[in-house]
Write a protein that binds this ligand. Sequence first.
Ligand code: PEP
Ligand code: MN
Length: 378
Amino acid sequence: MILILTPNIEPESSSYQQLIAHLSRLQNIQLRVHREQGSEQSLTEIYLIGDTSAIPVEDMKSLPGVERVVRISEEYRVLGRHRGDQRPSHFDYQGLRFGQDTLHVFAGLCAVDTQEHVELMMKALRDLGQVCTRMGAYKPRTSPYSFQGHGKNCLPYVFELAGKYGIKVIAMEVTHESHIDEINDALRGTGSPTGVMLQIGTRNTQNFELLKIVGRQKEFPVLLKRGFGITLSESLHAAEYLASEGNRKVIFGLRGVKTQLGNPHRNFLDFAHVPVVKRLTRMPVCVDPSHAVGSRTSGPEGILDLMHATAQGVIAGANMVLVDFHPAPNRALVDGPQALLLDELPHFLADVAVAREAYEKRVALAARYAVELQTAGA
Ligand code: PEP
Ligand code: MN
C-alpha cells in the first residue's frame, strides 16, 4: 500500500509526525519513505510493506497529511501501474522530459575510440538538432582480449566536446560502482557541461549488487537493458531494484533476446513488448535496434533492417531509440558491422519521424474509436 502525502509536507510538521507515530503502531508493517524533490514541489510517499490486506484504504485516507492511497495488488511496487494510480510516467533531466509520451534519439558511438571520432559524431548530431547521444567508455566484452573501452581516460574530452556541441545527455554503460565515481569526478573536473544517463547492459541486468548501488544514487537517470536470456518479468523486477533503492528515473531498454531463432539477426527482436512494458509499469521504454539486428543488411526496397526495426519500435510507442553510428565503422573498435554512417543520420532521423507520426495518428484513431464505441453503447 502506498500513501501519497500532500505536496511539500515537512517531515518536522505535526501532521507528518502524527502520521508516522500512527503508522509505526501498525503490527508487522514496515515503513519506507520516499521523498522526491521536483523543480516546483517535493513529493512524499510512504510505502507500507507487509500484509496490508486487512488495512482499510478509507482509514489510511483519513490520516493527517495523506492525500491519496493506492493499494498495490500487482508486482513492481514502485515502478508498476496500479489501480487508481495517478503517479507520473515521466521524469525530467537536464531540461528534457523523459516520459511514456515523449521520444528521444540517442545516436552515437557504441564505444569511444578516438577524440576525433567523438567530435565528428557530436558535430553531426548538433547540425541535425540532436541533444542526446550514446558514448561507451566501459565496455563489457565477451573476450577478455577484446578492447575494453578507454574508461575514465576518455571522459574529460567526451564531456567537454558534449558541452561544445550542445549535447545534454550521454548514455554510458557502467559495469562497476567505481565508474559512477569516475563519471562524477570527470563531470566536476570539466564544469558539468553535459549530463549522463547510466546504462546497465544486458549482461548485468541481474547483477543485483550493481543495481542496488546504481539505484542508491539519484543524480543520474538509468537505462536498464532487458536481460537477453531471462523473462520480461525478471527484467522488470531488475528495474524495480533500482527504484526500490530510491532512483525512479529509470528507462527500460528492449534490445532483442538471444536465440538461434533470431538468425540471421544478432538477437531476436522483442519490440512488440513496448506496449507491454508501458502497460505494466510507468517507465518510458527504449528500443535498441543496433544490438538487436547487428548488421547493415537491408530489405529489397533498400531500407536497412536496422531502420525497419527502429520503425517497429517507434510505431509501437517507444520513447527512446539507442542506436550505433560511427564516422568510420571499419575502424570502430567495437560493433563496427552494425554502425550506421554519419551520412545516414538525416535519413535515419526522418524515418523515425515518419514512424512517430504514424504512432501519434494511431493513438488519435484509438481515441476516436473508443468514443464512437462508447456513444454507440450509451
Ligand atoms: C551497448 O549498448 O553498448 C551494449 C553493450 O548493449 P547490450 O547490453 O544490450 O548488449
Ligand atoms: Mn555495442
